[in-house]
Design a binder for this molecule. Structure first.
Ligand code: PHE
Length: 471
């Protein structure tokens, strides 16, 4: 019998790719994290800075990631490595980031899943107790772990089915559903009396709360939200056909992600202000304040609450599959491992990290590393350090180590599509973005409170640069 030649998987259609990439981008970052970051960093001042970063830095990076992914036909590590072994570490940093993000992401995904069911079992009956309910739930040693496991199994099932048969198929259903739900909830919120205070909060800036940290938080969030700086878009780009229009796709994905974040804000803040609640409630915002809003809706509240958390689960799932895929694609490309086996091995490691993260909020809250528990450790390390530095490395790599003509060729499909902004994009990637990220990272890192963690994160990167050539 003839041995089948290993052919790279492809997206089935352009729409399928866009849905999968937007699915990766739109996630807990948009619905769970963006609102509380905005809430605690000056509301719309944060949002304006965030939007600036998205369109002046991240859009260009997204395009660069898709381009080198498609050009090399390889996932994160391979795409760097095919240029030079000296760059392997930048890809490895991405794989490591995927592991660490998957160390807490499924925990929150599990909370969302639990809240779908809790919505039906009396969650809204005692609005005053919502904070305690949430606190009690996430610190419980067993329950959140069970929900996390269910969430992670869904990831395993989807990713094991492959790029177009699993990831693309799931995202094509889940993404439109997610947008539909957010629109319905936003309309409901905007029609409540007193909701305009929420709009003011979202769109009228308070610059007095802006510090160096705000910029780093906004940049980290922009990278996190767009799934950048860790090889995810390189990996998704590697499954793209040669005739897809890259600049157009990058713009659509970025615009969809930004709309989802704003939409999530519109689904939450107007209603929140209408009922006189506090926006700056930290990571619990979505799980405490949102159900409290729905409790005010009367009988329909249960349904609104359930569909809101369904949306959160969908958003989280289409993102976590992309994180898992980054690791799986690395094992398949570089270690020649078979898909299913790669999925099982990587998710087994992720389970261990998730258990640590979940328990760090409860029974293991006394166990800290460099001053933080496992959950915060994974979160801060990735979003404040690894993704930002990952984005910086990518810009330097593409700007200085890939031939300009190769890039032009890739972005225009060999001259077949127009990309009038090529020169602007190239200069941004080569000069402006590395300097901008450098300044923001420096300012932010200087004013960050977890100094030990910062130094540790930077050390990991240096150590990897020295030792990970062969990975
Ligand atoms: N973009 C996802 C979110 O906003 C998270 C993510 C980060 C996914 C990095 C993939 C890679 O939730």
């Amino acid at each position: 019998m003839e041995k089948p030649t290993l052919q790279r998987e492809n997206w089935g259609s352009r729409l399928g790719f866009i849905m999968a990439a937007a699915g990766s981008a739109i996630g807990l970052g948009n619905i769970w994290r963006f609102p509380y970051l905005a809430g605690s960093n000056g509301g719309s001042a944060f949002i304006i800075i965030y939007l600036g970063f998205v369109f002046f830095i991240c859009l260009s990076i997204m395009l660069a990631e898709l381009a080198i992914g498609r050009r090399s036909g390889l996932a994160a590590v391979g795409a760097y490595k095919s240029s030079s072994d000296n760059w392997t570490f930048a890809g490895v940093l991405g794989v490591l980031s995927a592991f660490f993000i998957m160390g807490f992401y499924p925990v929150v995904g599990g909370w969302a899943l639990a809240y779908v069911f809790k919505s039906f079992t009396g969650l809204l009956a005692a609005p005053a107790a919502l904070g305690d309910v949430f606190g009690g739930f996430i610190t419980n040693p067993v329950q959140p772990l069970m929900w996390m496991a269910v969430f992670l199994i869904a990831n395993v099932v989807i990713v094991a089915k492959g790029v177009s048969g699993g990831i693309e198929k799931a995202c094509k259903i889940l993404m439109p559903a997610l947008f539909g739900i957010l629109v319905i909830i936003a309309i409901k919120g905007l029609t409540l009396p007193g909701s305009s205070a929420g709009l003011a909060f979202l769109f009228k800036p308070d610059w007095s709360l802006v510090t160096g940290q705000t910029f780093l938080a906004a940049l980290g969030q922009a990278f996190f939200s767009l799934s950048l700086g860790m090889g995810c878009m390189i990996t998704y780009g590697s499954y793209l056909k040669k005739n897809e229009n890259l600049p157009g796709s990058a713009f659509i994905i970025t615009a969809m992600d930004t709309s989802a974040a704003i939409l999530a804000g519109l689904a939450m803040f107007p209603a929140l202000f209408a009922f006189g609640m506090e926006p700056a409630a930290g990571p619990g915002l979505v799980f405490v304040v949102v159900p409290a809003i729905f409790a005010e809706f009367g009988g329909a509240g249960v349904i609104f609450s359930a569909i809101f958390f369904v949306a959160l689960v969908f958003a989280a799932l289409t993102s976590s599959v992309s994180l898992l895929e980054v690791v799986v694609a690395y094992l398949m490309d570089q270690k020649k491992m078979e898909r299913k086996k790669s999925v099982y091995i990587s998710s087994a490691v992720m389970v261990v990290l998730c258990v640590l993260a979940s328990l760090s909020l409860g029974v293991m809250s006394g166990v800290t590393l460099l001053g933080v528990g496992a959950f915060d450790f994974f979160d801060i390390l990735t979003d404040k350090i690894f993704l930002t530095i990952g984005g910086l490395l990518l810009a330097v790599f593409v700007g200085w180590f890939v031939k300009k003509e190769d890039l032009r060729d890739e972005l225009t499909n060999g001259g077949a599509v127009q990309f009038g902004l090529f020169e602007l994009w190239y200069n941004l990637i080569k000069y402006v973005i590395p300097v901008a990220i450098g300044i923001i990272a420096f300012m932010g890192i200087k004013s960050i409170t977890q100094t030990g963690l910062m130094i540790f994160g930077l050390l990991i990167i240096v150590v990897m640069a020295i030792f990970s050539k062969k990975l």
